[in-house]
Write a protein that binds this ligand. Structure first.
Ligand code: DGL
Length: 271
């Protein structure tokens, strides 16, 4: 079983930031990554639709007989984690919301935390619940920043356009004296916009992204179950539901290393 892969999925290629963090922390693990690029974004869709998509993605990944499933999508983690955990109980399922909340609570000095995410994640309030479960008196401010997803997909990660968007979305939250001291990047796409976001919120705010904490959680689960792989490194397997060229181009940005279009297998998730 320890030789089995870790299966990771996201609505698109943004979750490759989580895959990169897992690969860095656990270089011997085999990773299978599925990006549901045909149906991105999940962040604007209803909880029912996102849950259905997440179940279909997980079902497709089960053919690899994974030892763990990582929901590398905040929106899907926020709405579908309980359903997937119930359906695939014997295979551990890890989401990114709880690790992100834990990192935020650990980082916050004053207990006021801002969360930026998609509309779906904000609407569902999963981060607010996860932060309050750890720190009931925390003050949590949320803001949906859907345009960041498009900017990140487009590769517009610095310069005046993302800087203006970041200022427009965030300036007022961080304008007052008792403004948040910690900002959770509660969407897979936001870590690559860290430059403009940091500029808009100022140097005193700690930015937290769940990729590294999720990788640590994956490591803990593998260790607890004695499931670590010791074999030599292997290239990840990439699966997409649309346009392998675009997956490769945008995905390389998020992964931080080159993906070739012919490395991406096109699959159909329709039932
Ligand atoms: N992967 C999504 C998330 O982390 C962002 C992109 C989308 O809306 O599908 O919430």
């Amino acid at each position: 079983m320890s030789d089995a892969p870790i299966a990771i999925f996201d609505s698109g290629v943004g979750g490759l930031t989580v895959a990169a963090a897992i690969a860095k922390r656990l270089p011997n693990e085999r990773l299978v990554y599925l990006g549901d690029t045909a149906r991105l974004p999940y962040g604007t869709k209803s909880a029912e639709t996102v849950t259905r998509y997440a179940v279909q993605a997980t079902r497709a990944l089960m053919r690899f007989e994974p030892k763990m499933i990582v929901i590398a999508c905040n929106t899907a983690s926020a709405v579908a984690l309980p359903v997937l955990t119930a359906a695939y109980g014997s295979t551990p399922v890890v989401g990114v919301v709880e690790p992100g909340a834990r990192a935020a609570v650990a980082a916050s000095r004053g207990g006021t935390i801002a969360v930026i995410a998609t509309e779906g994640t904000v609407r569902g309030g999963a981060y607010v619940r996860a932060i309050h479960a750890l720190k009931p008196d925390a003050k949590v401010v949320q803001r949906a920043c859907p345009l960041f997803v498009a900017l990140a997909e487009e590769g517009w990660t610095d310069g005046p356009v993302p800087e203006l968007a970041a200022e427009k979305y965030l300036k007022d939250i961080f304008a007052s004296a008792d403004s948040p001291d910690t900002l959770v990047l509660g969407c897979t796409h936001f870590p690559i916009l860290v430059g403009p976001i940091a500029k808009a919120v100022g140097a005193n705010v700690t930015l937290v992204d769940s990729a590294a904490t999720t990788a640590r959680e994956v490591e803990t689960i593998l260790d607890d179950r004695n499931l670590r792989r010791t074999g030599p490194n292997q290239k990840p397997t990439f699966l997409g539901t649309d346009a392998p060229e675009r997956f490769a181009r945008a995905g390389s940005l998020f992964l931080g290393s080159q993906i070739a279009p012919d490395q991406v297998e096109l699959i159909d998730l329709a039932p």
